[in-house]
Ligand binder design. Structure first.
Ligand code: IVH
Length: 678
């Protein structure tokens, strides 16, 4: 009996696998959705009766039941490089010349041109034909493990068809590609989010990257993610060419973008890039350029890479899409720190498939520089954001006697008088009680990079501020005592309030650096918050620190240190911090257990160019090992790490008697220390 059951389960898995391939990869379904559902239901029933027979590669196991609390770091076996950009034909010729210079004189060089998909890159490891792990790119060296989320994507096979049937050994290999969302699906997703009052995704790329980092695979499974694979690597195989690898990926059951082309020389490459650029309008997904790769893997290896990008590949970026419209009005938005940002209100126009009716004007200086008048005809471009920017004015179309745009004298929200610092471009509303600032601070506090409180979107914050539930950050953590009052508000269902209260409780676990960013100290972005948290380890130490001590940290300048000091000099801010502490928020960096090593508790200054790291990477490694980075040489520094062309810092270190490490010594010390800490 059980043998029959197990046979039937295997048979169902095979059949479903084949239909997934037909549907998701070939887009040629052979059965109806209902027939497919029946197969899945039959499998689910058998597996629930015989749970011992469930295997990881079963199509019923795509969506895991558990939530992930964090994504584990994964060191990429082969670093995930990024590409240098080219913007015109001349730069493509330069690339071709560099490739020829790097290879033997008579070598025949072919290129593959592929669309540059605007999504999030991922690396997936298959062992013995089964999907084992998947990871984000991260910084290219270390990514995050997102296997449970990647498994929900139906076009990614959990098991490979016939992986033993090829001339290459494919027992353990990695595929890399781009996870993306179709433009139409992206629009629908944003429409739904708008209805729910959730923050809109800026572009399809952000929506894919954001989805992959969600903690609940059930939500990920509902998002229409797709993938194109463009890379096959294995440490146990030498492959022949990129074009052959694309074919092999396809045969193995992966989705490979069909728009790739093999080119015999750079002229064909240029032609292929132009063809792709034209085709861009008709594609269902966003592409922002073409990727040009040397076809021969042997030649790729000979060419190698510099810093973070290969010498054998380059991106050709397409021109940004443009549209023209007419400026109707300018509204001045008040941000969380009181800064006023002018926003152009435009006659609606379609750009890259979405209707645009607003564009950012950045600040008043920008308006003056571009000499923008009301009723002007403007040229719009979409950058990386939802809100496009005005790149130019069509002066020929200027209306006679039109009025130049001027900033307001009073805050459009609280009507207090605005002020402007001489050395800054922005106008400020100084009233910290301005409702726009209160709402802005709360929105920032709950945002994804900060406390990540799901369900507390812009419209709900506005409502709760207006109804006097929320004023400062600590009020958020008091909402749980007002559950019934919240439920009584029209529009807010019991379930959504409970979900919200849960995610508020969850947010208490956010790490210290995110909380430090969330409290919204002017100029302290997420990067600076991380640096401060890593250096001082607790809020109390930051409060006690002198301005000099703060600005001695690498990449923390006087503007930030002044702002940090003035923030903590305000009694109201200390009171809020104290309340948040009482609610159990995390004002200390997690204690990392770092084994004794050379770097621990020592201070370093970096200078010059390092061959194998950017300075940022070198700094991160030192911090991970318990060392500290200073921005300038003083007696406090224990070591100067000097790369090539080190300048005045080296001289100063010598005169102060600070020990100097060259890149070789530094790399050896790193290796030694990392081995100890594995
Ligand atoms: S190849 C060493 N091929 O563009 C080669 N990348 O800056 C690195 N991308 O991080 C990648 N489409 O996320 C390659 N057909 C394609 C691509 C592609 C999109 C992305 C990828 C990468 C970035 C390069």
């Amino acid at each position: 009996m059980s043998v029959n059951i197990s046979q039937r389960i295997n048979e169902l898995k095979e059949i479903i696998l084949e239909h997934d391939y037909q549907y998701y990869i070939l887009a040629e379904p052979k059965i109806s959705d209902q027939e497919y559902d029946l197969l899945i239901k039959e499998l689910e029933k058998l597996e629930s009766d015989y749970p011992d027979l469930i295997t990881k590669d079963s199509p019923t196991q795509r969506v895991g039941k558990d939530l992930t609390s964090d994504f584990k770091p994964v060191i990429h076996k082969v670093p995930m490089l990024s590409l240098a950009n080219t913007y015109n034909e001349e730069e493509l010729f330069d690339f071709d010349r560099r490739v020829h210079d790097g290879l033997k004189k008579d070598d025949i060089i072919e290129y593959v041109v592929e669309p540059k998909i605007d999504g999030a890159s991922v690396s997936i490891n298959y062992v013995n034909g089964l999907l084992k792990t998947a990871a984000t790119r991260g910084d290219g060296v270390v990514g995050e493990e997102i296997t449970i989320n990647v498994k929900t994507i139906k076009s990614i096979p959990l098991r490979l068809i016939n992986y033993k049937a090829y001339k290459y050994k494919l027992n353990d290999f990695e595929v890399r590609g781009e996870i993306f969302i179709n433009i139409e699906d992206f629009k629908k997703l944003n429409e739904e989010r708008e209805k729910e009052g959730a923050k809109l995704f800026a572009n399809p790329r952000n929506s894919s990257a954001g989805t992959l980092k969600l903690h609940d695979p059930k939500i990920v499974a509902k998002r229409p993610l797709n993938i194109f694979l463009y890379f096959l690597i294995s440490t146990e195989e030498e492959f022949n060419s990129q074009i052959e690898n694309l074919g092999l990926l396809k045969k193995l059951g992966f989705n490979v973008n069909p728009e790739h082309r093999l080119c015999k020389n750079i002229y064909e490459v240029i032609e292929a890039c132009h063809i792709l650029e034209k085709k861009r309008e008709t594609l269902k997904y966003e592409i922002d350029g073409a990727v040009i790769k040397v076809n021969s893997i042997h030649q790729q290896k000979q060419l190698g890479s510099i810093a973070k990008s290969p010498r054998w590949a380059v991106a050709f970026k397409f021109k940004a899409k443009q549209a023209t419209s007419k400026l109707k009005r300018v509204t001045w938005q008040v941000g969380r720190t009181g800064t006023l940002t002018p926003v152009a209100e435009l006659n609606p126009v379609i750009l890259s498939g979405s209707t645009i009716s607003r564009a950012t004007l950045h600040n008043y200086d920008e308006i003056k520089r571009k000499d923008i008048h009301y009723e002007d005809t403007v040229i719009l471009e979409k950058g990386g954001d939802v809100i496009p920017k005005i790149v130019a004015i069509v002066l020929d179309k200027r209306v006679i006697n039109s009025i130049p745009v001027e900033p307001p004298e009073f805050c459009p929200v609280c009507k207090s008088k605005l002020y402007k610092l001489d050395d800054e471009v922005a106008f400020y509303c100084e009233n910290v009680e301005c409702p726009a600032q209160i709402k802005g601070r709360l929105q920032h506090f709950v945002s994804r990079g900060a406390m990540d409180i799901e369900g507390l979107g812009e419209s709900l914050i506005n409502l709760l501020v207006e109804k006097n539930f929320l004023h400062t950050f600590s009020d958020i953590y008091e909402l749980k005592d007002r559950r019934s009052e919240l439920i009584a508000i029209e529009r807010l269902g019991e379930r959504s309030i409970d979900n919200l209260l849960n995610s508020i409780e969850e947010s208490k676990k956010q790490p210290f650096h995110k909380l430090l960013y969330a409290i919204g100290i002017r100029y302290v972005g997420s990067g600076a918050a991380k640096k401060l948290a890593e250096y001082f380890l607790s809020i109390d130490k930051i409060i006690e620190a002198t301005e000099n001590e703060i600005s001695s940290i690498n990449e923390i300048g006087p503007r930030i240190s002044q702002s940090v000091k003035s923030f903590f000099n305000q009694k109201e801010n200390l009171e809020i911090i104290s309340k948040l502490k009482d609610y159990g928020l995390n004002f200390q960096s997690g204690i990392k257990i770092i084994k004794t090593n050379f770097f621990i508790n020592k201070t370093f200054v970096l200078t010059g160019t390092l061959k194998n790291f950017s300075r940022e990477e070198a700094g991160d490694r030192i911090i991970q090992l318990g060392g500290k980075i200073l921005s300038s040489i003083s007696k406090k520094a224990n070591y100067l790490i000097a790369g090539e062309n080190a300048g005045s810092k080296l001289d100063r270190a010598i005169s102060l008697g600070v020990d100097i490490l060259d890149e070789n010594k530094f790399t050896n010390l790193l290796k030694e220390a990392s081995n100890n800490n594995d």
